[in-house]
Ligand binder design. Sequence first.
Ligand code: IFM
Length: 447
Amino acid sequence: MNKFKDDFIFGTATASYQIEGGASDGGRMPSIWDTFSKKEENVFMGHTGDIACDHYHRSKEDVKILDEIGVDSYRFSISWSRIFPYKDKFNPEGIKFYKNLIKELKDKKITPAVTLYHWDLPQWAQDLGGWENRECIYWFKDYCTKVFKEFGQDVSMWITHNEPFCASILGNYLGIHAPGNKDLKKALIVAHHLLVSHGIVVREFRKFKLENSSIGITLNLSPTYAVSNKQEDVMAAKISDGYTNRWFLDPLLKGHYPKDMVDLYEKEVGVLDFIVDGDLNIIATDMDFLGINYYTRSIVQYDEHSQLKFGGVDGEKEKTAMGWENSPESMRDLLTRIKEEYTKLPLYITENGAAYDDVVTEDNKVHDIDRINFIKAHIQVMQEFIKEGGNLKGYYLWSFMDNFEWAYGYSKRFGMVYVNYNTQERIMKDSAIWYKNFIKVRSLEVD
Ligand code: IFM
């Protein structure tokens, strides 16, 4: 039987603002997502994360479900504004919540994997300029240092940032995520400061000399293909790849920004004078692993009306409820490229999964066969990659449970556990049952 090794991690992931709720409880103060979601028309039907999955009050029960599924590891993020609700005011109650959660997990032999920043910047930091302000790097460092001091030893995997592309570009260029800016230069400044803060926090982490604890970053990467062989489409695909993938991969793993993109961005926004001498060295600080979030591929064509001269094209593969193509073979292209062009570091798929329009049957079941097939196909690709020598060490299914899908509010369900938002009842979907059986045998030859 074709089996994954016992030390390969099969986990699942969530993020604080998407599941916790308890927005004003335990001394928490607002983050930029509280502010953004409360402004009209930013989020589907005015949904907010005020209550979300009420995980803040139900974490014990939720860990029981994780245990029932049998995951090796649970990846969650910390809400910075629970730990520092005000600039210099530490909140012990915030730490207590996560300490309890970690204890619950460890008691059940579930390894905690922690993301330090999954987009919910404290509003106080935004009021002082947010990630556009270079000082934010040091506020982030102080927060992370506090967290390492409090429970560094208890967490085996630390992720500095989740998807800096989204936090910078979606939030500051496209304006569809918090804080809602639409300015390319701002987005590039934010992206740069996020990357520098990653390097600084990795250096800080090393000072703690934590045994059995590793640190890395998670990027959302999308293999990009030109819609045709026409020169202008091929060029557009190269730019799109630079914008989404290389702008983050290159500084982290090669120590420089991609030259073609620097030239293009400088034409658009002027000299990138926010890059200070020594920054690239800091960004490229040695880390222990690279986290990859993979959902879909991008097909791109030349678009004269867009600022950067590329636009997305609708692919012809079957789509999830997000309208994203289900393309496991592109994950293979992606992993191979990372291995060949970028790094031999251990890789983790820190997110992969799909939203579908789930229906609860009369007998309280959710038969999400499409999700099961989606997961299986991606696991199959991982298995092949490992056989070919790929240094892939784990897989985190997005998501543990349905949650607040950012600008889509609660309209998109990614969970393997269904959440009834009226009653907060949780129902294990068929995918959770499948994942449970799969993890037991670690083989796709499971029923
Ligand atoms: O829900 C998000 C998550 O917060 C970051 N990665 C992509 C997921 C699905 O859109």
